[in-house]
Ligand binder design. Structure first.
Ligand code: FAD
Length: 292
């Protein structure tokens, strides 16, 4: 371990207001730590710039999952295990439950949180494409009050977010409007478990008589931020599924993404896989047909 614990201060406030007061008193000094699965990796490598940590793991408001008729509200410090085990999330938000099931291993899923995955802002994060296609909304909270931000506007660049230094993500809200949609998720990594994605996909859509409606496609690891493929969606919506459309969609995907080559994959491989995953979903949509 390259970091010395004596150089760091960790506090565990008992309530949300106390956390927010600390963040407001010394913005950018205090770093929230939820499950610690990203923070502790930096700490162990001696790369954690903050010396003051606020533990938010035990704050009750951040650990609740509230099911309302129109939406589900997930506290930011809910773990992947909590998401996987939740009956409504597993049924109505299958893409999120699947992403939770292939994020790290079991130990990681018991500690890693959805809010941590969002705030950490990795373009390869597995849960974020699902949040894009489900039209997720974030509640950001500070002593100044709360504000709601559409998740699609939250990641503003590579590892950059709309979160102010004194703010926390309080919850993630998903509208319950996707019953009857076909869904598809894929993670392509070096192995089945404990692998960072080379490319990951979350997709939703409807189809009848081979005509596509409201298709929603999002990819991770192909751009500086998780990406919704709006041009490809536009190309597909209202059109009949046939080989020429699938081929046009492949080309459109390649035009929309901006993959890089790194230690995990080449840009060319990422582009080919991204196009294949979208084509795979369209073929699935043709078979599953979802609206009357
Ligand atoms: C072995 C291992 C395997 C992994 N595998 C995967 C994987 O397959 N897929 C994947 O996507 N990720 C993976 N990760 C990364 C990590 O587990 C996830 O990003 C996880 O969701 C982070 O959540 P956390 O609660 O542990 O975050 P923390 O480490 O506690 O925090 C991460 C960042 O988020 C901030 N933060 C946390 N909560 C909030 C909040 N409520 N409001 C504002 N800021 C907040 C922290 O200040 C910090 O900057 C892996 C990590 C490890 C160590």
């Amino acid at each position: 371990m390259r970091a010395d614990p004596a150089d760091y201060k960790l506090v565990s406030p008992r309530n949300l207001q106390a956390v927010l007061s600390l963040l407001a008193d010394e913005p950018s000094q205090w770093l929230p730590i939820a499950g610690g699965t990203d923070v502790m990796v930096l700490y162990s490598a001696g790369k954690l710039p903050n010396r003051k940590l606020i533990d938010i793991w035990g704050i009750p408001e951040l650990r609740q999952i509230e099911v309302l008729p129109e939406r589900i509200r997930i506290g930011a410090a809910c773990t992947y295990t909590a998401l996987r085990r939740h009956e409504i999330i597993s049924r109505d938000f299958r893409l999120l439950a699947l992403a939770a099931s292939w994020t790290g291993g079991i130990a990681n899923q018991n500690r890693g949180t959805l809010g941590g995955n969002i705030a950490n802002a990795s373009p390869a994060a597995d849960s974020l494409p699902a949040l894009l296609v489900y039209d997720a909304e974030l509640t950001l909270i500070s002593v100044r009050g709360e504000r709601r931000v559409a998740y699609r506007n939250f990641h503003t660049g590579y590892k950059k977010t709309a979160l102010a230094a004194d703010e926390l993500i309080q919850d993630i809200s998903l509208p319950r409007k996707f019953a009857g949609y076909a869904s598809h998720a894929r993670k392509v990594g070096a192995r089945n478990a404990q692998a960072i994605s080379k490319v990951c996909l979350a997709a939703l859509g409807q189809c009848a008589d081979s005509v596509i409606r409201d298709v929603r496609l999002a990819l991770g690891s192909v751009a500086p931020v998780p990406l919704r493929l709006q041009e490809t969606e536009h190309l597909l919506n209202g059109n009949k599924i046939e080989l020429s459309l699938i081929n046009a969609a492949r080309k459109s995907v390649m035009k929309e993404i901006r993959p890089i080559g790194d230690i995990r994959s080449s840009a060319r491989y990422r582009a080919a896989v991204a196009a294949n995953l979208v084509a795979e979903f369209i073929e699935k949509l043709a078979v599953e047909g979802t609206y009357a």
